[in-house]
Design a protein. Structure first.
Lengths: 308, 350
């Protein structure tokens, strides 16, 4: 559905996209993940043919993107990162206006607008001005304006920034529903837990480059840390040296009484650790094992933490 | 959606904006009220013809009788002197084409100017049937005579260009490098031509509505006559509104400047043009005409002001088509420029 190949985009001296390649198939949610300024929005704007790019190719629905290609545009929906609505129009009028850029027939449009309002849960606020809505509701309205015409491909650019928990859940559930209805979603975020929960495939971006892509499992397998065990000891002794001597350990971090031990293989690490605790007569209050998170993956791939 | 629905939506966006109504309706109404209040004491009885005497069977009689603002009486020099002392004549033209006056004033200045012009035209061999007395001195001197009229006309001229604010806002909104909504417009398949037309028609409709309200207000509350030829006035106002829309589109295209700043710049430029056209009194306009004559001949606000004056108070349409041509010319150039700037546009940066 989307094929982006070796795209280079420069802003004078700054390279925003550096040989960026990316693909998305039908009916999947693909996450573009990376810190602020890594090139996610630039990549979307190039795909939307709003931004010129210096080199590379972009195809959507099998056709080269072009500002004149209205057939492609007709099948795409956009939810910009910033809230992009008319403050002078109420909820219904806003959605109807933007839906009207795609749908000519007024009856069809009315039906689609009603569905979009229901989809984002703003039925009680139909006649409300955006000024009367909370930040989360405005975000939902922003989304409704981009999805009302039922696009086959939807670009959602950081839709949950500065959103309350209730609206965030509503938005995430909505995105899943859209996928169930057959829409392909390109979802950019720098919230790792969101991406883990939502996306079928992930593309990790840093400095305009695609540094890794695949499913969460594939990404987890691609890094050296395969298991992370967190244990909380009651003993005062610094155990880092001793823990590092355990098989497969690649790193040990200590934060207060909590130790995070990273293992390069997923092989009897927990039994080995428990055996170590018993042999050293240590007291622990809790212990848990988990596969590497996206945060671990990002840290290992880029050498830096992904922060808000 | 279709172009009519889009036009309606564009109107709705402005219709619900208090700022729009303040600047396009309340502010001109406030100015109109102030002008009416401040000029109510100095309003005269309107334009009065200048009584002039001339010797019997003079070759200029026929020519002078054609001048709209002159009331020509054939008489003798002695009778004329008596009539001038009784203020029934402002001047008398002798057999030798000399102007005889017993007083000095505006009427006498106008008569002298007319006589000089006739003499010059005779000397340059222009046949009498081609004589024209619509030169600027006439407008200026009449403006001196009724300064408040120029103020009202320049206020109306300013008001017709207020449509620029809608188009500045629109053009800024649809560009992704200037507005968050720009990405929505730019990535949609909706025709840019239709969008532009809908915006223009929407701005024109609301502009004419505000014009209608303000003009009705003036017609009701202003004591003198402002509009004697309604249809040509309405056509002039429509063209002025369209020209304002075109100018707004061009201002809206300026990159890297937000809509509020552009609107502010538009307002300042418009006020300067209106100031130069004589809104705070004809003195400024005369000063500009004297020292920078090109400025007011190119100043669309001054053009509309002058043309409103000429067609309504002088019944003079010689300059009318030229003004319409300039206004529509500005609009067409700006529309085409805007369309080319927006169509198939891809941005280097956002």
């Amino acid at each position: 559905m989307i094929l982006m190949k070796d795209v280079i985009k420069r802003y004078k001296e700054v390279i925003a996209l550096d040989h960026f390649s990316f693909s998305a198939g039908e009916n999947e949610i693909i996450g573009l993940l990376g810190p602020n300024g890594c090139g996610k929005t630039t990549a979307i704007n190039c795909m939307l043919s709003i931004l010129k790019f210096d080199k590379g190719e972009i195809e959507i629905f099998g056709e080269k993107v072009d500002p004149n290609n209205n057939d492609i545009k007709q099948r795409i929906g956009v939810v910009p990162q910033e809230i992009a609505i008319f403050n002078n129009l109420n909820v219904v009028e806003n959605i109807s206006f933007f839906c009207g850029l795609y749908v000519k027939d007024s009856k069809t449009r009315k039906k689609l607008v009603d569905e979009a309002i229901e989809f984002v849960g703003l039925e009680k606020y139909r006649k409300f001005s955006p000024r009367q809505l909370s930040g989360g509701m405005k975000r939902r309205l922003n989304i409704a304006c981009g999805i009302a015409h039922k696009p086959d491909l939807l670009f959602l650019d950081e839709p949950t920034v500065a959103v309350d928990a209730q609206s965030r859940n509503f938005i995430l559930e909505g995105v899943k529903k859209m996928k169930d209805n057959g829409t392909t979603v390109v979802y950019t975020t720098h919230y790792l837990e969101e991406a883990e929960d939502l996306c079928d495939r992930l593309v990790i971006m840093d400095n305009g480059r695609n540094i890794a892509q695949g499913t969460l499992n594939e990404l987890q397998r691609s890094i050296s840390t395969q298991e992370s065990i967190t244990v909380s000891f009651l003993d005062d002794e610094d155990l880092r040296k001793k823990l590092k001597s355990l098989p497969n350990v690649v790193n040990v971090e200590k934060s207060g009484e909590i130790y995070t031990i990273q293992f390069e293989k997923h092989q009897n690490n927990l039994p080995n650790l428990i055996k170590f605790i018993e042999e050293n007569q240590l007291t622990y209050t809790q212990i848990s094992s988990e596969k590497p998170s996206l945060s671990n993956i990002f840290l290992e791939l880029t050498g830096k933490e992904l922060r808000d | 959606m279709g172009i009519f629905k889009m036009t309606y939506q564009m109107m709705l966006i402005n219709f619900k904006d208090f700022g729009y109504w303040f600047w396009t309706l309340l502010y001109p109404l406030l100015l109109s009220t102030l002008f009416i209040l401040t000029t109510s004491n100095i309003t005269g009885d309107g334009m009065e013809d200048i009584p002039v005497g001339i010797t019997e069977d003079h070759q200029l009689t026929v020519i002078l009788e054609d001048v709209e603002f002159l009331e020509v009486t054939e008489t003798t020099e002695s009778k004329a002197l008596t009539l001038m002392e009784d203020n029934e004549l402002s001047g008398f033209i002798t057999e030798n084409n000399e102007l005889l006056v017993t007083d000095s004033g505006l009427d006498q200045t106008i008569l002298e100017s007319v006589l000089n012009e006739i003499t010059q035209m005779f000397e340059s061999g222009i046949p009498p049937e081609n004589f024209s007395f619509d030169n600027d001195f006439i407008v200026e001197t009449h403006a001196d005579r009724e300064p408040q009229v120029v103020m009202f006309y320049s206020l109306i001229a300013m008001m017709v260009f207020y449509t620029m604010f809608s188009s500045i806002e629109f053009i800024t909104t649809v560009q992704p490098n200037l507005s968050t909504m720009g990405a929505r417009f730019q990535s949609s398949p909706y025709s840019k031509v239709k969008l532009l037309m809908a915006s223009a028609v929407g701005a024109l409709s609301l502009g004419l509505l505000t014009n209608f309200i303000i003009i009705t207000y003036l017609m009701i509350f202003y004591q003198g006559t402002l509009f004697s030829t309604l249809l040509p006035t309405v056509i002039l106002l429509i063209f002025g509104n369209i020209s304002g829309i075109g100018i707004g589109f061009a201002i809206g295209l300026f990159p890297k400047i937000n809509a509020n700043f552009k609107t502010f710049v538009g307002l300042i430029v418009l006020l300067a043009l209106t100031f130069s056209a004589g809104m705070i009194g004809p003195g400024v306009r005369m000063l500009v005409n004297e020292h920078l004559p090109l400025l007011n001949s190119l100043n669309p606000v001054a053009r509309v002001t002058d043309t409103l004056f000429r067609i309504n108070l002088m019944d003079n349409f010689d300059d009318y088509m030229m003004t319409l041509g300039i206004l529509i010319g500005i609009a067409v150039v700006m529309f085409i420029f805007t369309l080319f700037a927006l169509r198939r546009k891809q941005y280097d940066s956002l």
